[in-house]
Structures are given as C-alpha cells and as structure tokens.
Design a protein around this ligand. Sequence first.
Ligand SMILES: NC(=O)C1=CN([C@@H]2O[C@H](COP(=O)(O)OP(=O)(O)OC[C@H]3O[C@@H](n4cnc5c(N)ncnc54)[C@H](OP(=O)(O)O)[C@@H]3O)[C@@H](O)[C@H]2O)C=CC1
Ligand SMILES: CCCCCCCCCCCCCCCC(=O)OCC(=O)COP(=O)(O)O
Length: 325
Amino acid sequence: MVSAATRKSLLRARVMDFITSTAILPLLLGCVGLFSLFKLLQWLRMRAYIRNAVVVITGATSGLGRECARVFHAAGARLVLCGRNAEALEELSRELAASRAPEVQTHKPYTVAFDLADPGAIAGAASEILQCFGHVDVLINNAGISYRGAIVDTSPDVDKRVMETNYFGPVALTKALLPAMIRRRQGHVVAISSIQGKISLPFRSAYAASKHATQAFFDCLRAEVEQHDIEVTVISPGYINTNLSLNAVTADGSKYGVMDETTAQGRSPVQVAQDILAALGKKKKDVVLADLMPSLAVYLRTLAPGLFFRLMASRARKERKSKHS
Ligand SMILES: NC(=O)C1=CN([C@@H]2O[C@H](COP(=O)(O)OP(=O)(O)OC[C@H]3O[C@@H](n4cnc5c(N)ncnc54)[C@H](OP(=O)(O)O)[C@@H]3O)[C@@H](O)[C@H]2O)C=CC1
Ligand SMILES: CCCCCCCCCCCCCCCC(=O)OCC(=O)COP(=O)(O)O
C-alpha cells in the first residue's frame, strides 16, 4: 500500500520531471519575461506622456486634486494649479517646488485662483491659464462639491450651485481652452465624474444629476474632437478618503460638515491619483475606479433596472428611518 503522502510526492516529482524535460519551463519563463517587458514599456510610455506636459488641475487645494498635483509633479508635468483659495494654491506650489523627484526634472507650478461657480470668471481664468506655459496639454476637471438632502426640501438655488460647480463651470472652462488645443491638434481633457455619474442614489439628486450631465457632455465631446486628435477621459471613482462629505452642501445651502463613514473608509486619494496618471498614459476613455459593490451596481442599473430601483427605494426608506430614530 502506498500512503497518501508518498502518492503526493510522487505526483509532484512527475510534474517537476515533466516541466524540466519539456519546453514548458522556458515557455513559462518567456511569458513572465514578456509580461514584465510589456508592463515596463507601458510604464515608460506613461511617464513619457506626462513628462514636461502642461497639466491644468482644478480643485488642487484639497483631496484628490492635491494628490493629483503631487503625483503629476513627481512625474515631471508642468502644472497649473487652480482653486478658489489663492493662498492655499501658493502654499502647494511652494511645497512642490521644494520637492525633488528621482530621475525626472520637475517644474515650479503656476497658480490661477478663480471660482468655477462664477460664469463671469471663466474666460479670464482660461486666458491666464494659457499664458502660464503658452498652451495646455492636459486639463483635469477635478473640482467639485457634493450634496446631501431630500428633493422636496431642497431649494433650487442649491441645485443651481451644485450644477454650476460640477457641470457648467468645467464645461465652460473646457470650451474656453478647447480652441487652442484644436489649433495644436493636441490635447487631453479629463473629467473627474463619479460612480454617481452612472447610477443615482437617494438624497444625492443634485450631485448625481451634475455627474450624469458630466458623463454625457464629455462622451459627446470625445466623439466630436476625435477628428482633432484630442483625447477625452471620464474617470468615475467610488468613495475616496477626502473632505468631500465635510464640504458637501445641504438642502438649505448650509455646509453638511460631517465626515461620512463611507468617505472615511474610501480609497486613498494618492492611490486614485496614481490610477488616474496610469489611465491617462494609456489614453483610456472611460474608467471606473471603485470597489466591487459600486461596480456591480452600475451593471445592475443597466441589466436589471427594476431590481436596482427597488434597492434604491429600500435604501431611501432605511436612510429616512435612521434619520428619524
Ligand atoms: N471623495 C469621494 O468620495 C469622491 C470624489 N469624487 C470627485 O472627486 C473630485 C474631487 O473631490 P474631493 O477631492 O473628493 O473633494 P474635496 O472637497 O477635498 O475637494 C474639492 C476641491 O474642489 C474645489 N472647489 C469646490 N468648489 C469650487 C468652486 N466653486 N470653484 C473652484 N474650485 C472649487 C475645492 O476648492 P476650495 O478649497 O476652493 O473649496 C477643492 O479643492 C470631485 O469632482 C468629486 O465629485 C468622485 C467620486 C468619489
Ligand atoms: C448582483 C449584486 C448587485 C449588488 C448591487 C448593490 C447595490 C448597492 C448600491 C451600492 C451603492 C454604491 C454607491 C457608491 C457611490 C459612490 O461611490 O459615490 C462616489 C461619490 O461620488 C461619493 O460622493 P458622496 O457625496 O455621495 O459621498
């Protein structure tokens, strides 16, 4: 009788024999080598794409925008940092200018302060941006605000404020910078949307609407500017650990001021910024950066909308109940 342990080691010896006596080992090693080479080439291409590129980042004073600034600066981009708070922008610019990156020449960023929700500010801001380095290679429309509230309680002014910041502002800025990109036949426009640009959650109406509009606008833009060799990437993140919920606006226009657990447990903004850099290097068109549940929810909305709507209604009931208990 042969014991189970002996049978196992005999089998292992036979498999090893097979691998070493046939062409499988060199084949396996070859595959691993080719894969590593492919990854290295991809990484080098991504680095080359961003090195010295003029990259404009809105909402650079905080959260994802600030981490994008750090990651793109370290990759050698020439940055134009935008936000409302001139002092915070200057501070970030000084921090980046003082930092060094291995093997890459870095550049001191410019700053342009303006309010995206002020339609009168966009044209002036765009020409200031263009004067910084003479042109724009990549525009990252990142700035945004979130919202918490029931539709019946929400003043139309709040709907407008969220739409101005998340939709009309980025759209106007993109339109103002587009002609210069078209003239150079070069440019990359990025929209930081959200999973909520693909599915709508209860008590997020203004935010989800602004992000759905963002997705739609930049999908149209992609098709229209392809003839000018301009790339458009829409990024849809799930929760990220930033101040987004703290800064969110509520139904009456006041600040929400709460760090939601979902946000606090979200992905690290550094990781998301690195994923964005990689996505741009690969010229991806539409990227979801979310965990399993939010990603499944997007499929569910398309494949079984009835079930998805029931889930959302139950989510609304639960949220209402927990608010009133
Ligand atoms: N955190 C998350 O879970 C997720 C975030 N996103 C998206 O990521 C983007 C970045 O948000 P995040 O970093 O998380 O949030 P933060 O609140 O940390 O950052 C928002 C940035 O937007 C700027 N901003 C807000 N309003 C205006 C305005 N009117 N004009 C100019 N700039 C403005 C803020 O600048 P200021 O200092 O002037 O307020 C700040 O720099 C947003 O578009 C958001 O919708 C998407 C999915 C998930
Ligand atoms: C086959 C099984 C399917 C399971 C589907 C379950 C559906 C559960 C719903 C999941 C909802 C996920 C929501 C994700 C939302 C999100 O990531 O939003 C990102 C943001 O923009 C966050 O902003 P907020 O201001 O809302 O914090």
